[in-house]
Design a protein around this ligand. Structure first.
Ligand SMILES: [Zn+2]
Length: 309
């Protein structure tokens, strides 16, 4: 890495392996407390891998997890990472009413802020389910004190996605005020917007192909927005019953994910979302006078400010 290395953003949605939307069922949800918890161990493993490279990331922590493991939330923050919100109960936004959504994002923010003693500004919806049908969620996030969202995936998918959405980091004017949107990275291949940001895609493509896509974006001066989940680095996790497609997506190449993350951390430099996109950090600081600077020079991203629309 040299002084001119571009810094990208890396994030983790901190949830248990049994909470993923692909295996969602009311029956399983009722038994969440009876499954073996693996999230603390898996999240600490990620922090170890990041520490080896001297890198930090954003962790979107589920309120349900934070409530049970407050020490994990403190450990994430103490490691210099950014703590953000993944909502409370991992209900798809597309299955909630606006009132239920407001309660969910308020509860999660309150729990995280209660543990940390400082504001939390970022939000990512379960399974990126802010879609054309749930755009009403964006002003609710502003009203609840969030300053950026990373839930609108500009791709076509059976469960989420808004193919026509702006694929770059940009500022949105909602009915309730300004909100920054941080879409997961995609590349344009022959006119098709292809997701390369992480999760199942990260495990599906051969690493050399993924890296060439990421280098292409980097060459265009676009900071990457990548994401993974702690359970993706846990090939030993107990197997869930569920539809064939869900099992394929969830269990594909889990045994390769850790080595692949190491390669990613060797090939690219990462930091938390707020640090990579300076204007977002400024907007967050502008929200609250009690949000003391965390120290250190924050990078400003020329790209982010030029794509504001
Ligand atoms: Zn999730």
């Amino acid at each position: 890495m040299n002084a001119h290395t571009r810094i990208h953003s890396l994030s983790f949605d901190v949830e248990e392996h049994f909470q993923v939307s692909a295996f969602e069922s009311p029956m399983r949800r009722r038994h969440w407390d009876q499954f073996e918890s693996r999230v603390e161990r898996n999240t600490h493993r990620i922090m170890e891998l990041l520490a080896v490279r001297g890198m930090r990331a954003t962790f979107f922590v589920l309120g349900w997890v934070a409530e049970r493991y407050p020490a994990l939330v403190r450990d994430i923050a103490d490691g210099g990472h950014e703590v953000a919100s993944h909502g409370y109960a991992h209900q798809l936004v597309t299955s909630q009413t606006p009132a239920e959504f407001r309660e969910d994002v308020r509860r999660a923010k309150g729990i995280l802020e209660g543990i940390l003693g400082r504001p939390v500004y970022g939000y990512r919806a379960p399974s990126f389910t802010i879609t054309r049908e749930t755009l009403w969620a964006l002003p609710v996030l502003v009203e609840e004190g969030y300053c950026y969202d990373s839930s609108v995936f500009p791709v076509l998918h059976d469960r989420y996605g808004l193919p026509s959405a702006n694929p770059h980091v940009h500022q949105l004017l909602t009915d309730s005020g300004l909100l920054w949107e941080v879409p997961p990275s995609t590349v344009n291949v022959l006119g098709l917007r292809v997701p390369i940001a992480g999760g199942g895609y990260f495990r599906l493509y051969p690493y050399s192909l993924l890296r060439s896509f990421l280098r292409k974006l980097e060459g265009e001066g676009v900071p990457l927005v990548m994401y993974l989940h702690p359970w993706e680095l846990d090939p030993e996790q107990p197997r869930m019953e569920g539809p064939l497609l869900s099992r394929f997506r969830h269990y594909l190449n889990l045994h390769r994910a850790e080595a692949r993350l190491r390669s990613l951390l060797e090939d690219f430099a990462f930091a938390p979302i707020r640090e990579v996109f300076g204007p977002i950090d400024e907007a967050c600081r502008g929200r609250s006078p009690v949000d003391a600077p965390s120290g250190g020079a924050l990078r400003t991203s020329k790209h982010a400010s030029t794509v504001v629309n």
